[in-house]
Design a protein around this ligand. Structure first.
Ligand SMILES: Cc1cc2nc3c(=O)[nH]c(=O)nc-3n(C[C@H](O)[C@H](O)[C@H](O)COP(=O)(O)OP(=O)(O)OC[C@H]3O[C@@H](n4cnc5c(N)ncnc54)[C@H](O)[C@@H]3O)c2cc1C
Length: 392
């Protein structure tokens, strides 16, 4: 190991890693980023739903870096004005919520170009490994080809080999309830509403999770399900479940009739909130690598960008003022910690009724649109809070 040394080495060029690299490089640090894909953001593995800046400010009222939530015009496929939530027996609860449907590939390309313009050295098509040492560590395709970083940012998604190598509790996280398996088609030739995003709670076809229809304009939509193993009957395959949702969920099937399924993709997501520790002496984990997905709604693009930025800024403070990396964890806890915690509590409480179609339906109807919206958006639902805490 005799490669060049950098202030910061980032493993993973998704929204989290790109944001971390950008904010470190903008302040003048020497940054290297490794990304295993050949092209930014491709293949796309995402529903591409992205709350507007105004909604995010409401959702995360303590967030200080709201300016990070910018989407270039060319990366917007559609604009949604509301979110519709559909219960197991087809009851609809709709509330205003502005969001973009982004073109994730275009979005990451834009962030990648920005990084390059600030001097980040990027190596695409490289699956990097992390070899820790007392002063940070070495990162590269192999030990022989590795470069040194004083600070390493684990932004390699879930599960993160980099966080694991740094001793952060990645695999301890993976209980069956804390991880969702997701599968999604891009569907074409549809006549869905272009400005309404839909979420279906349907224990039959998305056991332990939910299904979604997110419109992408031009008669297209991302249609997917997220499930969790403890709720899935034996010998049932996830491909059969998504087929069942598309063809047999009474409400969805009418909307998706005649649509063509393209681009099947599958992945695994952490849905139990942040890791119990997101930094070590010289390593910070951001985005999915740190479990930064909102457990009640599965959104993780923006929390990846936020934690990426906070890690990049902490790296700057480390070099300028010898600030410890623990200040990264302090910063995300201060700005988004309450909502991540609420979201985990609500998800854990909902686990108790997830398997019971009729009880779940009844509970949702009793709660009504306002409380459903609050829970989905990581707030505690008023008078229901003691019950939710008891159930969690
Ligand atoms: C089906 C699906 C639907 C989703 N829908 C939404 C949605 O609608 N809205 C939303 O907000 N979130 C959604 N999410 C979640 C969202 O995609 C993630 O939370 C977000 O991408 C996290 O960003 P990240 O940068 O932390 O990780 P990722 O986007 O996973 O980026 C990690 C990057 O690291 C790279 N990498 C991994 N290992 C290595 C290595 N060893 N060396 C180099 N590079 C490496 C990967 O190629 C990848 O590019 C969805 C996820 C899935 C799977």
């Amino acid at each position: 190991m005799c490669g060049k040394g950098y202030d910061v080495v980032v493993v993973g060029g998704g929204p989290g890693g790109l944001s971390a690299a950008l904010y470190a490089a903008q302040a003048g640090l020497e940054v290297k980023l490794f990304e295993k894909k050949k092209e930014w953001g491709r293949p796309v593995r995402c529903g591409e739903y992205f709350a507007s800046k105004e909604e995010l400010a409401r959702l995360l009222p303590r967030l200080k870096c709201i300016d990070i939530i910018e989407v270039p015009e060319e990366a917007i496929d559609a604009r949604c004005k509301s979110l519709r939530f559909i219960s197991p027996r087809g009851h609809e609860f709709e509330f205003p919520f502005e969001a973009y449907m982004i073109d994730r590939q275009e979005f990451e390309h834009h962030l990648g170009e920005k990084c390059l313009s600030y001097g980040v050295e990027v190596e695409l098509n490289t699956r990097a490994r992390f070899y820790p040492d007392a002063e940070g560590g070495w990162v590269g395709l192999s030990r022989e080809e590795a470069v040194h970083g004083d600070i390493i940012i684990a932004a390699d998604g879930y599960p993160s080999m980099t966080a694991e190598a740094a001793g952060l509790p990645q695999y301890g996280y993976a209980t069956p309830h804390s991880v969702a398996n997701v599968i999604e088609y891009l569907m074409t030739d549809l006549s869905v509403e272009d400005d309404v995003a839909e979420i279906y709670v349907d224990p039959k076809w998305s056991p332990g999770g939910y299904a979604w229809i997110f419109p992408k304009g031009q008669r297209r939509a991302n249609v997917g399900i997220g499930i969790r193993e403890p709720y899935v009957s034996r010998n049932v395959r996830i491909t059969d479940l998504i087929a069942g949702f598309i063809d047999k969920n009474k409400t969805a099937a009418k909307k998706l009739e005649g649509g063509r399924k393209t681009n099947l993709m599958a992945d695994t997501l952490p849905v139990d909130g942040p890791l119990s520790r997101t930094y070590s002496h010289n390593v910070m984990a951001v985005g999915d690598a740190a479990g930064m997905i909102m457990p009640t709604n599965g959104g993780g693009i923006q929390t990846a960008m936020i934690t990426g930025r906070l890690a990049g800024e902490t790296a700057v403070q480390y070099f300028e003022n010898k600030a410890p990396l623990s200040s990264y964890e302090d910063a995300w806890k201060e700005q988004i910690g309450v909502e991540m915690q609420n979201s985990r509590t609500v998800r854990r409480a909902s686990d108790k009724v997830m398997g019971h179609r009729i009880m779940l339906d009844l509970m949702l109807r009793l709660m009504g649109t306002k409380k459903i919206a609050e829970m989905l958006l990581c707030q505690m639902p008023g008078l229901w809070t003691p019950l939710i805490r008891l159930m969690a």
